[in-house]
Design a binder for this molecule. Structure first.
Ligand SMILES: *Cc1c(COP(=O)(O)O)cnc(C)c1O
Ligand code: SF4
Length: 351
C-alpha cells in the first residue's frame, strides 16, 4: 500500500478518545458506513472546528436518512463491466481503488467506497480496459475510485500505461483528494511518474479554505511544477462551505496554489448524506454574490449531477430575463440592459 496504515484512524474507539465524542454514536454509524480519517486531517479539523470535522466525523443523521436512493446517479446500471461507468458518449470513469485516505461522510459513492462490496480485481480492470479499447468513442478516461493515490506509484503507473496505450484515448483525468487529506502522499517521485502519461489532468477535491494548509499548497505546487494541469471540485455542503465569503476565499486560495476551480457541485441525493444538502436556491444566491465580483478564473461551474443517471446540468443563475428580438438582461450589479438578438446585415444579404 502506498499509504501507511499508521497514518490513518479507523477505530471508532480511538476516534472517540481523540475527539471526546460518545463511542456509541461512532460505533453505530460505523456499523453501517465505513470510517477513516487521516491523522493529518483530524489534527487540522480539531484546530479548525465544525466545517472540517463534519466532513469526516460520523453523524447519527446518516442512519436516519433511509428513504434516499443509495445509487442516485444510477452508476451500477451504467457499468457495462465492473469498475467502469460509461454515461456520456465520449468519456468514461475507471474505478481503480476502493479506498480513500479519509472517508467523506457526504461521498456520492457512500454505498460502496471503503466497503467490502467494492472489489476491484485484476480481472475487473482487464475487462474495463478491454471495454475502453473496444469503444473508440471514449476519448477521455477519468481515473477515480475511491482515491487512485491509495495505490502504489508502480501500480498506478502500470494502469496509466495501459490506458495511455489505447490509441483512441486522447486525455486522461485523475480525481484525488490526497493533497487535501494526506499531502505527504504527493512526492517528487509520484509527480515525475504522473508526468510520463501526458496529457494527464488532475482534479483535486477541496471544500474549505482551511484545507489549503502550507502542506496542501506545497503538494499542489509540486504537481504543478511537474507540468500537471490541476483542477478542483468542490461539493456545496450545508454547514461546511455554504457561504459566499468562504467559497470566495477557497477559490482564491486554490488559484494561488495554481489549481483552477472546475465544478461546484450541488450535493447528490445520496442515502446517508441528506443532512449536507442545501437548496439550489441558496446555491444560486451564493453564485450571484460571486459572479462579477470575483476573478472569472476563480469561479467553477455550479452544477447538479441529476438523479437516475441523467448527467450533469449547469445551475448557474440566469441573467437573461427575456430573449426575443432583443435580449433583456440583468447585470451582476443588478442594473438592466438590452442587446439586439438579430443578425446584421439581415440574413440572406451576407456573402
Ligand atoms: C462527472 C462525470 C464525468 C465527467 O463529466 P465532465 O462534465 O466532463 O467533467 C464522466 N462520467 C461520469 C459518469 C461522471 O459522473
Ligand atoms: S475522497 Fe472522494 S471517493 Fe473518497 S470518500 Fe471522499 S468523496 Fe468519496
Amino acid at each position: 500500500m502506498a499509504v501507511s496504515a499508521s497514518s490513518l484512524i479507523t477505530d471508532p474507539r480511538e476516534l472517540s478518545t481523540l475527539l471526546d465524542l460518545p463511542y456509541e454514536q461512532l460505533a453505530a454509524v460505523h456499523a453501517q458506513y465505513p470510517l477513516r480519517v487521516s491523522r493529518y486531517f483530524l489534527e487540522l479539523a480539531k484546530q479548525y472546528g465544525a466545517p472540517l470535522l463534519k466532513q469526516v466525523i460520523p453523524d447519527l443523521l446518516e442512519l436516519q436518512d433511509t428513504e434516499t436512493p443509495a445509487d442516485p446517479l444510477d452508476e451500477e446500471n451504467l457499468s457495462p463491466v465492473p469498475c467502469l461507468i460509461h454515461k456520456y458518449p465520449d468519456r468514461a470513469v475507471l474505478l481503480v481503488s476502493s479506498e480513500c485516505a479519509s472517508y467523506c461522510r457526504f461521498c456520492t459513492r457512500k454505498r460502496k467506497v471503503g466497503t467490502k462490496d467494492m472489489v476491484i480485481s485484476p480481472s475487473h480492470l482487464d475487462a474495463a480496459i478491454d471495454y475502453i479499447r473496444a469503444t473508440p468513442t471514449i476519448v477521455d478516461v477519468l481515473i477515480s475510485g475511491g482515491d487512485p493515490l491509495m495505490l502504489t506509484d508502480a501500480h498506478l503507473d502500470q494502469i496509466l500505461s495501459r490506458v495511455r496505450a489505447i490509441p483512441t484515448v486522447r486525455i486522461i483525468r485523475m480525481g484525488t483528494r490526497m493533497p487535501c487529506m494526506l499531502p505527504a502522499r504527493i512526492t517528487e517521485d509520484l509527480a515525475a511518474m504522473l508526468a510520463q502519461h501526458h496529457p494527464l489532468y488532475l482534479n483535486l477535491h477541496f471544500n474549505h479554505p482551511a484545507e489549503l494548509t502550507p502542506e496542501a499548497s506545497t503538494a499542489c505546487t509540486l504537481l504543478a511544477d511537474a507540468g500537471i494541469p490541476l483542477g478542483s471540485q468542490t461539493v456545496l455542503l450545508r454547514g461546511v462551505n455554504d457561504s459566499a465569503p468562504v467559497l470566495k476565499e477557497l477559490f482564491y486560495r486554490l488559484l494561488t496554489a495554481r489549481v483552477k476551480p472546475y465544478y461546484l457541485f450541488q450535493a447528490d441525493l445520496t442515502r446517508g448524506v441528506s443532512h449536507f444538502r442545501t437548496t439550489i436556491h441558496s446555491g444560486q444566491a451564493i453564485m450571484r454574490q460571486l459572479l462579477g465580483y470575483v476573478s472569472g478564473m476563480a469561479l467553477p461551474k455550479y452544477a447538479l449531477d441529476t438523479p437516475e443517471g441523467g448527467g450533469k446540468i449547469p445551475l448557474c443563475p440566469n441573467y437573461v430575463q427575456e430573449l426575443g428580438e432583443q435580449c433583456l438582461f440583468q447585470t451582476y450589479t443588478g442594473t438592466h440592459g438590452v442587446y439586439p438578438n438579430t443578425l446584421w446585415p439581415e440574413e440572406g444579404r451576407t456573402k
